[in-house]
Design a protein around this ligand. Structure first.
Ligand SMILES: [Zn+2]
Length: 78
């Protein structure tokens, strides 16, 4: 009677071990290709000097973008 439960627990433990091993292996296996380049940043041009900067670093005013705060001030005043 108790032997069946022991076997079931053993099988459950084995399944858990296999589950975690498979997950650990999958974490190490990465598809070959672009491992060096993360997500490509969207580049925007400065309205004043034309320098291309990542959208996240650009200073945005309305629909215009600037490469830095100084150029934003020059662009807005001039
Ligand atoms: Zn600029």
């Amino acid at each position: 009677m108790g032997q069946l439960i022991r076997i079931l627990i053993l099988l459950a433990a084995l399944w858990l071990v296999l589950h975690f091993v498979r997950r650990a292996l999958r974490r190490h296996q990465r598809p070959d290709g672009d491992t060096s380049s993360p997500a490509p940043a969207h580049m925007v041009a400065c309205a004043l000097c034309g320098t291309h900067v990542p959208e996240s670093e650009a200073v945005r005013v309305g629909n215009r973008t600037y490469c830095c705060e100084a150029h934003r001030r020059s662009g807005e005043s001039g």
